[in-house]
Design a binder for this molecule. Structure first.
Ligand SMILES: Cc1ncc(COP(=O)(O)O)c(C=O)c1O
Length: 404
């Protein structure tokens, strides 16, 4: 008998991986499910980005293995982008590590800093990969709750109490930096927050860095949504002294419409980048050069690129609000990012029940908030990665097929 490793115990298949199979099955029976679930941009990258890929791919000398640290052109592109948009200075030779998507970066960070029992703080609600990657690496997951009444920001007083009780408990080691003999832990943070769409403030980011320093916690800030429906992109690395405790992940998946290309980046202090590189260089052998050069092009685009995609998302968001009103869900009007997060009406037990009801009666799929953690149970998340026409059709189906 073949058995899977112990580390897979308690780790389910990724929710969307299962759900997409179910939706494909329904579609096979001749129905057309409208998927308002997943955050994969439906618009293409800028034509000049595709042009760079086309021009590069036909060259004879671009097909070999690439540097483990990424192409210089991409690292320079990231450095300029961080300086231009976030006001952050990064040394392209030492403080930037291109990734095959930021999702893999989450795993690399866990494998680099998490031992059996290392405390890993994860947001609830939050991106499920933080939890699963930390668990795969053997970490002890400690959730910190985000609440609507606190604008989905971290309640540092509550977290201080949790840290105090964790420190008094035996068994849970807090181990950052490794081998340094100091106490510490790893914490995943993500603002603009997914799934709640909450923006950070400078004061909040300052508190976060101070909190990390006080407790010697390595903060991994995951920042893929800062350009979507937001005029003031912010990096946690812009806070003074942040490099002492912060690693930041960024991605071209969302704001450059390149989710399938798999390009992300890790930024932080030279020592941290080198630590992660020890793991990563044993896992993959770099990214295809034409993809890296095209990604550098994408990062050089001006404000009109972001204005263009945001104009589309803004119109779709109006439709999403209309759809949510029909479902009697409530939502705040100042969310950013690629999704709308909304509270379900009392007649549904939780978001799963609403999602199943809507899918079975109208063939429209909406993500239940519970997949992001228990604090998301009473919520749903609508993705803006569908056309206005698809939104209109969803609205029409709900009006005609869902009896209130
Ligand atoms: C919060 C968050 N982080 C990271 C990712 C992964 O992005 P990438 O495509 O760069 O791996 C996603 C994708 O949905 C996300 O929502």
């Amino acid at each position: 008998m073949i058995t899977v490793s112990k580390r897979l115990e308690g780790i389910g298949e990724y929710y969307f991986s299962q759900k997409l199979a179910e939706i494909a099955e329904i579609n096979k029976q001749g129905e057309a499910v409208i998927n308002l679930g997943i955050g994969s941009p439906d618009m293409p990258p800028h034509p000049e980005v595709i042009q760079v890929l086309q021009e590069e791919v036909i060259k004879p000398n671009v097909h070999g293995y690439q540097s483990y640290k990424g192409a210089e052109a991409l690292r320079n592109g990231v450095a300029k982008w961080y300086n231009k948009w976030y006001g952050v200075d990064l040394n392209p030779a030492t403080e930037i590590l291109p990734l095959i998507g930021s999702k893999e970066g989450i795993m690399h960070i866990c494998m680099t800093y998490v031992d059996e029992g290392t405390i890993v703080l994860v947001p609830n609600p939050g991106y499920p990969t933080y939890r699963s990657a930390a668990k795969l690496a053997g970490g002890t997951i400690v959730e910190y709750n985000l609440k609507e009444e606190n604008n989905w920001l971290i309640d540092f007083d509550e977290l201080e109490k949790n840290i105090a009780s964790l420190k008094s408990k035996a068994g849970a080691q807090m181990a950052f930096p490794k081998g340094g003999g100091r106490e510490g832990a790893l914490m995943f943070v993500n603002y603009p927050q997914m799934p709640t769409g909450q923006l950070p403030t400078k004061k909040f980011f300052e508190e976060l860095v101070a909190f990390g320093k006080k407790h010697n916690i390595l903060i991994c800030h995951d920042n893929p949504y800062s350009f979507i429906l937001n005029e003031t992109p912010m990096s946690l690395l812009s806070i003074e002294g942040a490099k002492d405790v912060v690693l930041e992940l960024n991605s071209l998946s969302k704001a450059s419409n390149m989710a399938g290309w798999r390009v992300g980046v890790l930024c932080g202090a030279k020592e941290r980048i080198n630590e992660v590189l020890v793991f990563k260089s044993n896992m993959d052998s770099g990214m295809f050069l034409p993809v890296q050069l095209a990604a550098a092009k994408a990062l050089s685009l001006g404000k009109e690129w972001y204005d263009g995609i945001n104009a589309v998302y803004r119109k779709r968001r109006i439709k999403a609000y209309e759809l949510l009103d029909l479902l009697q869900c409530t939502h705040s009007a100042d969310q950013v990012g690629m999704f709308v997060w909304a509270k379900i009406p009392a007649k549904y037990k939780n978001g799963f029940e609403l999602s199943d009801d809507v899918l079975s009666k109208t063939r429209v799929f909406i993500t239940p908030g519970g997949i992001f953690g228990s604090a998301g149970e009473k919520y749903i998340r609508v993705s803006l990665c569908s056309t206005e026409e698809k939104f209109q059709e969803s609205i029409d189906r709900i009006k005609s097929k869902l009896k209130n």
